[in-house]
Write a protein that binds this ligand. Structure first.
Ligand code: 5AD
Ligand code: SF4
Length: 441
């Protein structure tokens, strides 16, 4: 979501003649787009600001801003902590950014804008026209969240759930496809409740409309709350067509007791039944998840139930995090906090037990042929013999596994441009987090 917001920020600033640069020294405007989901992400903001403060002394006209969730949460407190900062803008202020920058430029004033009006500001969503080298893009379909999991800051910093109209979403996707985009990832905190509040079409209906867009090759989405995973959506994977065979289904914990304290509103058995149903409908669907270890009151038994869930589900991959207190969230006041050392030990154990399944899932693909959407040149060059370094391309399977491949062993053919094309690749070798292959016709 932050990557997407950063794209929107750079887009709304184009009319003011701001272009992206990879050099901090050259920049006339530096914006730290921040994440508040865990304490560690928040600490990064202040260490980054500390590192760029000297640039402001060298270049007094440089504008320094902080946007995103930490800005929303802390507001003017950030200006006090960082006296060289010009601007703090929240999650609902991107559309107002150009006028703020113009005011700072003209009046050398400092601005804080953390207003969070209800509903969606469509002005930030018009599509890019200069994508040329990009193949995949995010598309926001809804903002905010009404679920109030007890550990989560999102409802406080991103506001109430609100969905965009299907017409606007489809319009944006058509325009993206017109500028060369082949794959889109629909974004929302809980795509399964898409449109419910506003009385719009269901999420699965939206998927079927998007499926009809000519020139679009692939559709992904994230994230789906297990409590709202409908049969309709599960059946969308029966004949997926453009819908990729992957679902991210965050479980957070394998213990019913902890799930209740987290206010997740489903049980372990309910979750496992959803996984079974998905696999019955689409046997090779990839399933990934998020976990929090060391939630307040999590006992060794609770943690063992989480480890057991990992063995039962056999995920394709997971993201796991140590619990951290966030401002305003209910669990910050829960008793029986887990020590930093125990959280660390549990995280290591959890990741280690998943590693086996990630490798196993990759290994079974060795020797198979996969259809890959090529996203660009791989950063790594393949050393095929003592002298020759071969150009490698990179892309993903429908199941979201990264595949690096060479076209074939003839070096002269490596100049062929595969960007944005669907290519068949035979998987030669499974590595821990990617696959290595060779193009086949
Ligand atoms: N502490 C640790 N992890 C958290 N997440 C959300 N809030 C917290 C928190 N307070 C994790 C959840 C969520 C992912 C995006 O971040 O696993 O799914
Ligand atoms: Fe946070 Fe829960 Fe909403 Fe996800 S569903 S954003 S974890 S409150």
């Amino acid at each position: 979501m932050n990557v997407y917001d950063s794209e929107q920020i750079s887009k709304v600033l184009k009319p003011l003649q701001y272009n992206m640069t990879s050099s901090l020294e050259k920049a006339d405007l530096i914006i730290a787009n921040t994440c508040a989901i865990r304490e560690k992400a928040e600490q990064k903001v202040f260490s980054f600001l500390g590192r760029v403060a000297h640039l402001k002394r060298k270049k007094p006209n440089l504008i320094l801003g902080v946007g995103g969730c930490v800005a929303q949460q802390e507001g003017s407190k950030i200006l006090e902590r960082a006296p060289y900062l010009d601007l703090v803008f929240g999650t609902h202020a991107i559309g107002r950014l150009p006028s703020m920058i113009e005011r700072i430029d003209a009046k050398k004033c400092r601005i804080v804008d953390v207003e969070m009006p209800e509903g969606i500001d469509e002005s930030v969503f018009s599509a890019y026209t200069d994508y040329n080298r990009k193949v995949t893009s995010f598309v926001t379909i809804m903002q905010g969240c009404d679920n109030y999991c007890t550990y989560c800051v999102v409802p406080f910093v991103r506001g109430r759930e609100a969905s965009r109209s299907p017409e606007k979403i489809i319009g944006e996707i058509r325009s993206l496809v017109g500028s060369g985009i082949k794959e889109i990832t629909l974004l929302g905190q809980n795509v399964n409740s898409f449109g419910k509040k506003e009385g719009l079409c269901s999420f699965s209906k939206l998927l079927s409309f998007i499926n009809e867009i000519d020139g679009l090759l692939r559709i992904r989405f994230t994230t789906s709350h297990p409590k709202d995973l409908s049969d309709d959506l599960i059946y969308a994977f029966e004949n997926p067509d453009k819908l990729c065979r992957h679902i991210h289904l965050p479980v957070q914990s394998g213990s019913d007791r902890i799930l209740k304290r987290m206010n997740r509103k489903y049980s372990r058995d309910y979750y496992l039944a959803k996984v079974d149903k998905l696999r019955n409908i689409c046997p090779d669907i990839a399933i990934t998840s998020d976990f929090i270890v060391g939630f307040p009151g999590e006992t060794e038994d609770d943690f063992n139930e989480t480890l057991d869930l990992i063995k039962t589900v056999q995920y394709d991959d997971i993201f796991a995090f140590k619990y951290s207190d966030r401002p305003k969230v209910p669990s910050a006041l829960f008793r029986h906090k887990i020590s930093e050392q125990d959280k660390k030990d549990r995280l290591i154990e959890l990741l280690k037990s998943q590693e086996y399944y990630t490798k196993k899932k990759n290994k079974v693909l060795e020797g198979s042929t996969q259809s890959i959407l090529v996203e660009g040149l791989s950063k790594k060059k393949l050393q095929t013999d003592a002298k020759n370094k071969h150009v490698q391309w990179t892309g993903r399977t429908s199941t979201n596994k990264i595949v690096n491949f060479i076209s074939n062993n003839d070096v002269s053919l490596h100049n062929e441009n595969f960007l944005g094309k669907m290519i068949n690749v035979r998987i030669e070798k499974a590595l821990s987090h990617s696959l290595q292959g060779i193009r086949v016709k």
